[in-house]
Write a protein that binds this ligand. Structure first.
Ligand SMILES: *[C@@H]1O[C@H](CO)[C@@H](O)[C@H](O)[C@H]1NC(C)=O
Ligand SMILES: *[C@@H]1O[C@H](CO)[C@@H](O)[C@H](O)[C@H]1NC(C)=O
Length: 305
């Protein structure tokens, strides 16, 4: 009789458990187990997700456990609590740190409300991180002087990159370089002036032996050789400047000679001092001799010209 009763109770639970969110048996509310477990894995970041178990006016918590191949084969099916989600309030769990090998992992989750626990829900197919979705890497192609430079997205220590680059012209060869440094600019090669260079990259994860697709090629044009032109222009400007300065000095010398100590007898017009104006301070010994020498402004101007 007792046994029959137990069996029928289990049968009822078996049939109605997944269908009815909240069953009352012997006055105890049963929490439904979380449904729809799935793993979203992108670029070796693994997120276990499930449909939330909602109880009106209550906050449900969840616990996640995992079991790698080793645990399931050699440790009598022991389950290990996930490092980040024991417990968690949101219906998802980042299990990246738990999944440390490229082997199938079982994952399970249950809901908890106060002292009640739901049954465990297990992921339908074990998760292997080799199924992660690898996206083409984000990259930034720039130039540093005449160096072609690439900076790749930092996706974590498991990622390396294969970078392909080529000069855009008929018959040019594609070069491939493996880049292991992350998030720092890397020099690819010296570029020829006036040429266009193109770059594309893909990620490679050794732990799972897989590549992403290549990113869209990005091209960059190197300026024509401007250096000699700039040099020539600068030199020309320098020569012109020197000429101007020399000419000015020569003119100034003439001006000084005429205004301070005229060696020639001045024409009468120069001696007319309609608008007296001392010109330039002369050397000491010349001061007396020149003291009275003045030039009208129009003459001064003509001398300068
Ligand atoms: C499970 O997912 C399906 C479709 O994604 C949805 O219709 C269903 O309501 C989900 N189950 C629960 C218990 O939320
Ligand atoms: C992942 O590894 C398993 C064996 O460990 C293999 O059967 C499966 O095809 C692999 N999947 C991918 C996407 O490489």
């Amino acid at each position: 009789m007792m046994i029959l009763e137990e069996i029928s109770t289990s049968l009822i639970m078996w049939f109605f458990y997944p269908l009815i969110p909240c069953l009352l048996i012997d006055g105890v509310a049963l929490l439904p187990a979380p449904q729809n477990l799935s793993v979203q894995s992108i670029n070796m970041k693994h997120l276990l997700m499930w449909s939330p178990v909602t109880m009106p006016g209550e906050i449900t918590h969840y616990s996640v456990e995992y079991q790698g191949e080793y645990e399931s084969l050699y440790m009598s099916h022991v389950w290990i609590p996930s490092s980040r989600c024991s417990p968690t309030k949101v219906p998802e769990c980042d299990v990246t740190d738990d999944i440390t090998a490229t082997v199938p992992y079982n994952l399970r989750v249950r809901a908890t409300l106060g002292s009640q626990n739901s049954a465990w829900s297990t992921l339908m197919h074990p998760f292997n991180r080799n199924s992660t979705f690898l996206t083409p890497p984000g990259m930034e192609v720039t130039k540093d002087g005449f160096y072609l430079v690439i900076k790749l997205e930092d996706l974590g220590p498991q990622f390396e990159f294969l970078v392909a680059y080529w000069k855009r012209e008929p018959g040019s060869k594609e070069h491939v370089k493996t880049v292991r440094s992350r998030g720092v600019p890397v020099h690819l090669e010296t570029m020829e002036p006036g040429a266009v260079y193109c770059v594309k990259a893909q990620t490679f994860v050794k732990a799972i032996g897989r590549h992403s697709a290549f990113s869209q090629a990005e091209c960059i044009k190197v300026q024509e050789e401007t250096f000699p032109l700039v040099l020539a222009l600068t030199a020309f400007a320098g020569v012109v400047l020197i000429l101007v300065v020399l000419l000015s000095i020569w003119k100034m010398g003439q001006l000084l000679r005429y205004s301070c100590c005229p060696a020639v007898v001045l024409p009468n017009t120069l001696k007319i001092t309609s608008s007296p104006q001392k010109l330039i301070s002369c050397r000491r010994e010349e001061v007396e001799a020149c003291a009275t020498t003045v030039l009208p402004p129009e003459e001064l101007f003509r001398t300068w010209i």
